[in-house]
Design a protein around this ligand. Structure first.
Ligand code: AMP
Ligand code: TRP
Length: 338
């Protein structure tokens, strides 16, 4: 058994991953590999909580996994796996469902937002999404869960389920059944905003393609999207002016993508007009994404490589997850599964 803190995180294989997914989530996973025991899954069961196209799910799942590797997730040090291939996720979800109060789920902000968008077509799965996410985390006794700011409420729910609904009810006080996880939200990159509206989050579901930079966008497209990004009539880039959310967002992106940091970026760009700043930002974005795009192409070009990574990740993940599931089953009074 390793004494290193355990980390688990995941991204849904819906649509192309964008800069928000990278800066807010995946990029932060990479450095955690050095001194943590890391598990990264592609959460394909979450992807069917809204209507989905069966013809695309498997391919999107593989592409998302390939992007993890291209971003610097090292399959020697991390278990990279597909959620639906470790069946303990679905099984623990049911057990947790039966102890989770309905009103805890009804008040989730993301559910309310997504339900509004779905209109008549809201599935039970969409409501249950945070319980599945709790199962993802609790199966691995994760200490830390690196996510973007928008997932904080779901993390709190996972903590409440572990503490109040499982440990308090089914375990002796000195021997908790499930580890209570902590969110890991890094301030920089935690909220990347839309290129078309500095007040709304960059999101896969925004119908306007121009609102986001996808990780696999070719250089010309990146440059074009940045050229068309929303600006304001003020000269000079700055952080923290509530009247200028676009300036704050794009300057923040420049600081992260160029690697110069916020202080230097703020000084360098303070006197610049938008026409001078945008090409600079475009170049930083193209250069930051180039190595990732090259690795992605190499990974998919090597026959069998990705499947082998996912097979071995699944084995390592299953071993941990099955043991946790068995522990919860036993505590809840079920017959042993074998
Ligand atoms: P999703 O695209 O909802 O599957 O999110 C996958 C991960 O990316 C989660 O950890 C989110 O918190 C993070 N994320 C998504 N959009 C953004 C954004 N605009 N800024 C920062 N992080 C984000
Ligand atoms: N709900 C998360 C999102 O939209 C994805 C997710 C599912 C997740 N299960 C997880 C993230 C477990 C961290 C840990 O981004």
């Amino acid at each position: 058994m390793s004494a290193r803190p355990r980390v688990l995180s995941g991204v849904q294989p819906t649509g192309a991953l964008h800069l928000g997914n990278w800066l807010g989530a995946i990029r932060n996973w990479v450095s955690l590999q050095d001194d943590h025991d890391t598990f990264f899954c592609v959460v394909d069961l979450h992807a069917i909580t809204v209507p989905h196209d069966p013809a695309l799910l498997a391919e999107n799942t593989r592409r998302t996994a390939a992007l993890y590797l291209a971003s610097g997730i090292d399959p020697e040090r991390s278990s990279v796996f597909v959620q639906s291939q470790v069946t303990a996720h679905s099984e623990l979800t049911w057990l947790l469902n039966c102890v989770t109060p309905l009103n805890w789920l009804e008040r989730m902000i993301q559910f309310k937002e997504k339900a509004r968008k779905q209109g008549e077509n809201v599935s039970v799965g969409l409501l249950d999404y945070p319980v599945l996410m709790a199962a993802d985390i609790l199966l691995y006794d994760a200490d830390l869960v690196p996510v973007g700011e928008d997932q904080k409420q779901h993390l709190e729910l996972a903590r409440d389920i572990a503490q109040q609904r499982i440990n308090a009810r089914f375990a002796p006080e000195d021997r908790p059944l499930l580890k209570v996880p902590e969110p890991l939200i890094l301030a920089e990159g935690a909220r990347v905003m839309s290129l078309q509206d500095g007040r709304s989050k960059m999101s896969k579901s925004d119908p306007n393609e121009g609102s986001r930079l996808n990780l696999l966008d070719p250089p010309e497209l990146i440059t074009r999207k940045i050229k068309r990004a929303k600006t304001d009539p003020v000269l000079g880039l700055e952080f923290g002016n509530p009247e200028r959310p676009e300036a704050d967002n794009l300057l923040g992106l420049y600081a992260l993508l160029s690697g110069v940091g916020r202080e230097v970026a703020a000084r360098e760009c303070a006197p610049m007009g938008w026409g001078q700043f945008k090409p600079l930002l475009a170049e930083a974005a193209v250069e930051a994404l180039r190595p990732l795009q090259e690795r992605y192409a190499a990974i998919l070009a090597e026959p069998g490589y990705l499947d082998q990574v996912l097979r071995s990740g699944r084995e390592r993940a299953s071993a941990v997850a099955e043991a946790s599931l068995e522990r919860v089953r036993a505590a809840m009074g079920f017959l042993p599964s074998r």
